[in-house]
Write a protein that binds this ligand. Structure first.
Ligand SMILES: Cc1cc2nc3c(=O)[nH]c(=O)nc-3n(C[C@H](O)[C@H](O)[C@H](O)COP(=O)(O)OP(=O)(O)OC[C@H]3O[C@@H](n4cnc5c(N)ncnc54)[C@H](O)[C@@H]3O)c2cc1C
Length: 470
């Protein structure tokens, strides 16, 4: 006998949790199936929550900023430091996974522990850990099974010194030398964390710049700043080949250079969790990269079956996955609450220093043939940044020359992931850089940099106009 629900959600990560809560909030009878004991998905287990906690703990435990500003660091044995770091990570992960459980309970959602797959009749078959099984039926089904680290062929991930973003969590021995492969967000974040912990860090990427979707100038500033904290960045490195010989790990770059790190961390992409889900039988199509194909309603090629989050591909962010889940739930039940996701979602990268962006990069504006200008304010001249000793980086505004409307905001520096939201609000409401000129900011704050970036933009406009008149 099938158990009947309005909605059955597969996966209790950010996309699944928020979709289930949205539907339940509007009175729907919802079940959520999760194969892991701990809820929260990658975000809570090995993604945003543990990495950001690790970063904060590493900065705190090593006295990273104090070392720079006051010349006083903390002399703590690496084993001890690692113990503090992981216990802090565990504590925060526990808190966040409990908060997901509480949210599910508060909304009256039925939590089913087990591994789910679709049947050709579009029911959800759940294999429970005790060997029993359950058969669920939903007016709508949402696939929110997330992603896992991509493993390139020919690399032995059974080698205890070859890690990915899952196996690195809880590592018991201190890292003295690590090679991070992949200059995307995860690679830059881990390279920063290990540099803060005093390891010898090399970050390699086959491309010409770090985090390629980022504004090129910000990407260059990030590379320079990673260099200042001791990360050796090797770009255009080709495909790194990783072998073990009798001396240990040997990583050969396209240039012929051979590196001998203690550990290698692969941070080179994610693959969707679509295997063994019975997608073909249920009529759910995937693209050539294995990502579930959805329309603007987040509905798959099988009517009534929706998909959201990492399983549908980029941007593969917890922030966006949650919104996709909510929008999918609203469409599934014609709830006129959230019809589309934000077309200009911000990105935050928690490297040292932090990076954040929203809207168009300078290159994108140039590529589109827009008549644009930029304005910059460097944190080296910002009072608050000097007081807290975080003077690296800048706020960069990209705007239209004719009406000064804001096109994009790019920030590198302490607190960038928070600071970006002011620019995002102006962008979202169709504002211009005059907003920053005429608004009073608390002083001293890092936010004040927005004002000086806008003034810089005005000065550039004036200089360009004077040049044209001459
Ligand atoms: C190192 C790292 C750092 C990151 N940092 C950030 C960040 O700072 N900010 C940000 O926004 N994003 C960040 N992300 C990305 C973010 O973690 C993901 O985008 C987000 O977790 C995707 O959510 P999801 O719900 O789609 O999938 P997931 O979080 O992967 O959850 C999917 C869930 O489905 C379950 N599941 C899978 N298959 C089945 C099945 N057959 N039956 C039952 N259950 C199943 C899984 O166990 C899992 O719990 C980071 C990712 C990583 C790896």
């Amino acid at each position: 006998m099938n158990e009947q629900f309005d909605m059955v959600v597969i996966g209790a990560g950010p996309a699944g949790e928020k979709a289930a809560a949205q539907a339940a909030y509007f009175g729907k009878h919802v079940a959520i199936v999760e194969r892991e004991r701990r809820l929260g998905g990658a975000a809570a287990q090995n993604g945003g929550v543990p990495t950001k906690t690790l970063r904060e703990a590493a900065l705190y435990v090593t006295g990273f900023r104090r070392r720079e500003v006051y010349g006083v660091g903390l002399d703590i044995a690496p084993h001890e430091a690692l113990k503090y770091l992981w216990s802090r990570v565990d504590e925060i992960v526990d808190t966040m996974t409990s908060s997901v459980s509480e949210n599910i309970e508060r909304h009256g959602i039925e939590l089913i522990h087990g591994t789910a797959a679709l049947t050709p009749q579009r029911e959800v078959h759940v294999q429970c850990p005790d060997g029993s099984s359950r058969q669920l039926e939903g007016q709508a089904v949402l696939i929110a099974t997330g992603s896992r680290p991509f493993h390139p062929a020919g690399v032995d991930f059974d080698d205890p010194d070859i890690l990915d973003s899952e196996s690195i969590i809880g590592l018991e021995t201190p890292i003295t030398g690590i090679l991070v492969i992949g200059g995307g967000a995860i690679g830059c974040e881990y390279a920063s964390i290990f540099a803060a912990l005093g390891a010898d860090v090399t970050l390699v990427d086959s491309g010409a710049r770090l985090i390629p979707f980022m504004d090129a100038e910000i990407s260059r500033v990030l590379k320079d700043n990673l260099g200042y904290i001791g990360v050796r960045v090797v770009l255009d490195a080709g495909r790194a080949s990783v072998q073990r010989d009798h001396f240990g790990l040997a990583v050969t770059l396209a240039s012929g250079e051979v590196l001998r790190p203690d550990k290698v961390l692969f941070a080179a992409g994610r693959a969707g969790n679509t295997q063994l889900l019975g997608l073909d039988g249920a009529g759910v199509k995937t693209d050539e990269r294995g990502r579930i194909v959805v329309n603007h309603r987040f509905e798959t090629t099988a009517p009534g079956i929706y998909a959201a989050g990492d399983v549908i591909g980029p941007p593969a962010l917890a922030s966006v996955s949650m919104e996709q889940g909510r929008v999918a739930a609203c469409h599934a039940f014609n709830i006129p609450f959230k019809q589309t996701i934000d077309s200009q979602a911000p990105f935050g990268i928690y490297s040292i220093p932090e990076v954040a962006m929203v809207g168009m990069s300078e290159e994108a504006a140039a590529f589109q043939g827009l008549d644009y200008e930029v304005g910059r304010a460097w944190f080296a001249r910002n009072t608050r940044a000097n007081i807290v000793g975080a003077t690296e980086g800048l706020v960069k505004l990209v705007f239209q020359r004719n009406d000064r409307s804001l096109l994009g905001v790019h920030i590198i520096g302490g607190g960038a992931a928070e600071l970006i939201h002011q620019g995002q609000a102006v962008l979202r409401f169709g504002g211009d850089i005059d907003y920053f000129i005429h608004t009073t900011f608390n002083v001293p704050t890092e936010s004040e940099a927005y004002k000086y970036a806008a003034y810089d933009g005005l000065q550039r406009l004036a200089r360009m106009d004077a040049f044209m008149d001459a």
